[in-house]
Write a protein that binds this ligand. Structure first.
Ligand code: TMP
Length: 220
């Protein structure tokens, strides 16, 4: 884990399933950091630059008789990440701007590793290669039971097909994703903080602000 300093911006990532409230939390974190005198940008993965957003379109919505293979999906995620890190994230951090990112490389471990069963060693290597030393200082994992996530996104059997390639995956896939996220959080407990997403926005924000104070501003 890299340690944030006064000179560079903090790099905060938010992870979790669809419907867990990642965007709402990103907004709350931005408001809090701005109130503490920090400049912030909010971004997302896959995406965050024009080229990476094009790759996001393919990754989420590819539909054709030509199958998008698991390895292609993984490599496109990583390609989008390189663009995002080099064009947006690293320059911002170096200017002292805080970056709040909706998903980052832990999603690759959870979705491609957990969900699609890609060898975690391959993913770890590719993640490291793609970010080239640009690691999050702090990651919030919004944890939610799979069934609650489905309810929140309005996913029903009868609405299958209206969602993106990942949302359209079945319950078993999403259980594997959740387990992989939780395993990661256990392995990297210094960086990844698990937040019970089944609470009010206010409770979640308060808990997250306390963690930011302790880990980034070093106030306890
Ligand atoms: P979202 O922005 O609506 O969460 O959609 C992004 C989707 O991409 C989400 O279902 C998770 C998936 N994803 C991966 O499978 N691997 C990754 O590395 C990233 C960043 C996202």
């Amino acid at each position: 884990m890299s340690i944030a300093t006064e000179q560079r911006g903090f790099f905060i990532t938010i992870e979790g399933p669809e419907g867990a409230g990642k965007s709402t939390l990103a907004g709350a974190i931005e408001k809090y950091l701005v109130s503490r005198g920090r400049e912030c940008i909010r971004t997302r993965e896959p995406g965050g630059t024009p080229l990476a957003e094009q790759l996001r379109g393919v990754l989420k919505h590819h539909q054709s008789s030509e199958k998008l293979h698991t390895a292609t999906e993984l490599l496109l995620m990583e390609a989008a990440r390189v663009q995002h890190v080099e064009e947006l994230i690293r320059p911002a951090l170096e200017r002292g701007v805080c970056v709040i990112c909706d998903r980052f490389y832990d999603s690759t471990c959870a979705y491609q590793g957990g969900g699609r069963d890609v060898d975690m060693k391959v993913i770890d290597w590719l993640n490291d290669y793609a970010v080239n030393g640009c690691h999050p200082d702090l990651t919030f994992l919004l944890d939610l039971p799979v069934e609650s996530g489905f309810k929140r996104t309005g996913k029903r059997v009868e609405t299958m097909g209206k969602f993106d390639r990942f949302e359209n995956e079945d319950v078993a896939f999403h259980h594997k994703v959740r387990s992989a996220f939780l395993e990661l959080a256990e392995r990297e407990s210094g960086r990844i903080k698990v937040i019970d997403a089944d609470r009010s926005r206010e409770e979640i924000s308060q808990c997250v602000e306390k963690i930011i104070d302790e880990y980034l501003f070093k106030i306890s």
